[in-house]
Design a protein around this ligand. Structure first.
Ligand SMILES: Nc1ncnc2c1ncn2[C@@H]1O[C@H](COP(=O)(O)OP(=O)(O)OP(=O)(O)O)[C@@H](O)[C@H]1O
Length: 231
């Protein structure tokens, strides 16, 4: 069974259609790039998957279920804008995650913080924007979830660290889990992707494996994206 499935999913904000009849499925174990220009509906789709919004019509299912309490236990979500309590230190944030999420793997989080030279005693508010992003991503990826939904995870992270984050933090997860990454940094991210979903103005344009794009079109995902969405 797919871990995430959309059937004719539509969502409008008042009269503004954000998603219009989108259908696709994501199988467990896949790392999927959710890609599209600004305003194409990526954040809306991720919020629907989390039950923060409800569909106007159609459905979105997590492991066959409507998003709700049961699915929250299996989904780990990094929002586009997070409101973590900045007075906390990274260590206190780990305490918080440990209390809140039974699947939080503290040791994994501690190791990743250590590798990135982030001191557990440092307060979030004293950290740079990129460091805060790293801490949040580490917390989210340290849950033993079945589905990770990452909305623009590495925008503020310097390019040298992005590779470490992608190869270690995003790839180093339960192989049965799926990861959905919404990002504009396609060239950086595509090396870890198995699959891509392109959306444009609320419509699904393409779902393909990355290997297929490379073999059949002889292109990188970044090059294909630029061609499909050329202004
Ligand atoms: N709260 C809201 N009220 C009204 N319209 C909204 C709201 N949130 C999003 N929209 C509209 O829905 C559409 C999709 O927005 P969404 O944020 O899902 O796009 P996105 O692909 O995540 O964009 P970006 O890449 O810029 O983050 C846009 O036209 C946007 O203006």
């Amino acid at each position: 069974m797919p871990i995430l499935e959309c059937n004719q999913l539509s969502k409008s904000y008042g009269k503004v259609p954000a998603l219009d009849g989108v259908s696709f499925a994501i199988e467990p174990g896949r790392i999927v790039g959710l890609l599209g220009p600004n305003g194409s509906g990526k954040t809306t789709l991720i919020k629907l998957a989390n039950g923060l919004l409800t569909p106007s019509s159609g459905e979105i299912l997590i492991d066959g279920r409507t998003p709700g309490r049961e699915t929250h236990a299996m989904v780990s979500y990094l929002p586009e804008r997070t409101a973590i309590p900045t007075w906390m230190s990274a260590g206190q944030l780990m305490d918080f995650y440990e209390d809140f999420y039974p699947d939080f793997r503290r040791q994994a989080a501690e190791e990743m913080l250590h590798h990135l030279n982030i001191q557990p005693k440092q307060r979030i508010k004293q950290m740079s924007k990129g460091t805060r992003e790293k801490v949040q991503l580490i917390m989210v990826m340290s849950r033993a979830a079945r589905l990770y939904l990452l909305d623009e995870p590495i925008g503020g992270v310097d390019p040298a660290t992005r590779d470490y984050i992608l190869s270690t933090i995003i790839s180093n997860y339960n192989p049965d889990a799926a990861v959905v990454i919404s990002t504009h940094l396609i060239a950086d991210v595509e090396k870890v992707l198995d699959e891509v979903v392109f959306i444009d103005r609320g419509h699904l344009v393409l779902q393909s494996s990355v290997d297929q794009i490379r073999e059949e079109k002889g292109m990188s995902v970044d090059a294909l994206f630029r061609e499909v969405f050329k202004c």
